[in-house]
Ligand binder design. Structure first.
Ligand code: PLP
Length: 428
């Protein structure tokens, strides 16, 4: 059973002030989870989580993680701006980008962020545009197929990211020659893994690489970044990861591979996004239409612009019809949004209790890669984001877009005046 982190009574109060749709986040859940992650890696002295900003780029949320000791992982200019505004500097910022524009490297250097290079040609590009820093990281791609004892996890050989083995050896030599002094390695080989084996298997690959890189290039390896990829149970029948087991599995690999080589002082980093936040966000919507043709449809006031994953990947998101948690799921529906796109469906052939117009609908696990993947197709506007605080109160942490946000990029021309007049009659 997947249960919402708020009750129907709480939601009824909230929608009096903040109309649906909105995303709401659970501060208590976020903090408890972040503390548990820290505990799982407490055996490693330098361990640090750099929250992947792209998952949930909201300063109020990131600030909670900051209070829990997390840094940030950025991959664009605006994410670096957000990091700066939140008071992050230096080695509290990881800059893990790819196909990076020059001005982003300049910005990252300005903030003294740790730069994680995605390609061997970026060494020269970085040197020309922003200079080679003392601390540098390179992203590794082992190629081929990534297999653990659980079977095939993903296909790095098809991924655009990272250096090959030969390139990272060569790259470290060049970087050392150009003045880099402290090195890190990074890899991201599989996404949303529901297995306690992913991090330990990845760690083994990177630890062995670290030993090889040190012996072949003589560089000083200071940290290994295991990046993101730990998944969450989107489906009620999914078995959740056990972060303590994951931390222990990584420790075992560390003691087997790094410690005997005298490399037992290497810090471990992570760049988790989904694992940090996905379960602690709900998209809350209202059922506004019911339609019965060849199938039965429930239409919501939210649509794929509020949560793109089902439309984009066919991703499963659990749905709770609030107040009907214990009612039998004896109706089969497609739960849809209003886009003129037939893939705008939050669920297809989903068994739910009978839904009535006006029912409040909770779509689960939208705390990461939810709001942030939003877009404006069909002129739809992005929703508000709310925070359910530990004391039970609710705070607006991002207002909903208005039509003026949608039209703001016309503010250089005359049409804008007419658009603004419609929005604010008499004010222009
Ligand atoms: C997206 C991303 C992450 C976070 O991934 P999750 O699947 O949310 O854990 C971490 N690092 C990099 C470089 C990424 O692109």
């Amino acid at each position: 059973m997947k249960k919402p982190f708020l009750t129907l009574e709480q939601l009824k109060e909230i929608v009096k002030k903040y109309p649906t749709p909105f995303h709401i986040y659970d501060e208590k859940g976020i903090r408890e989870n972040a503390r548990k992650l820290k505990e799982a890696f407490a055996w490693n002295k330098g361990y640090k989580e750099y929250f992947a900003v792209k998952a949930t780029p909201n300063p109020f949320i990131i600030n909670i993680l900051k209070e829990e000791g997390c840094g940030v992982d950025c991959s664009s200019y605006t994410e670096l701006m957000l990091a700066k505004a939140l008071g992050y500097r230096g080695d509290d910022i990881m800059f893990s980008s790819n196909v990076t524009p020059a001005e982003e490297f300049v910005k990252a250097r300005e903030l003294d962020a740790i730069i994680n290079l995605d390609d061997i040609t970026h060494i020269e590009f970085l040197e020309k545009t922003a200079g080679i820093p003392k601390v540098i990281c390179c992203r590794y791609n082992p190629g081929g197929v990534f297999i653990t004892t659980n079977g095939i996890m993903d296909n790095p050989g098809n991924a655009k990211y990272g250096f090959t083995k030969e390139q990272i050896i060569e790259g470290f030599r060049i970087l050392k020659e150009k003045g880099a002094e402290q090195f890190g390695i990074h890899a991201f080989l599989a996404s949303n893994t529901l297995s306690n084996d992913y991090y330990p298997a990845l760690a083994r690959i990177l630890f062995e690489l670290a030993v090889e890189l040190r012996s072949k290039t003589g560089v000083d390896i200071r940290f290994i970044n295991l990046s993101g990829g730990i998944g969450i149970p989107y489906r009620p029948e999914d078995k959740p990861n056990d972060i303590m087991v994951i931390g222990e599995g990584v420790r075992k690999a560390y003691e087997e591979i790094l410690v005997p080589e005298g490399m037992g002082d290497i810090a471990l980093y992570s760049e988790l996004g989904r694992y940090m936040l996905a379960p602690y966000g709900h998209l809350v919507a209202t059922a506004i239409h019911e339609k019965n043709i060849y199938k039965h449809y429930i239409g919501l006031d939210a649509c794929a612009v509020n949560l793109m994953r089902p439309a984009m990947y066919g991703a499963y998101h659990h749905i709770t019809v609030m107040g009907k948690e214990d009612a039998p799921c004896d109706h089969m529906y497609d739960v849809t949004g209003s886009l003129c796109e037939n893939n705008d469906k939050f669920a297809v052939d989903r068994m739910l209790p009978k839904v009535d117009i006006g029912d409040l609908i909770v779509i689960h696990d939208t705390g990461a890669h939810g709001y942030s993947m939003g877009y404006n197709y069909n002129g739809k506007l992005r929703s508000a984001e709310l925070l359910l605080k530990e004391d039970g109160s609710v705070q607006l942490i991002r207002r909903a877009e208005t039509p003026m946000d949608y039209f703001a990029t016309f503010d250089f021309c005359d049409y804008y005046k007419s658009l603004a007049e419609d929005m604010n009659p008499g004010k222009q």
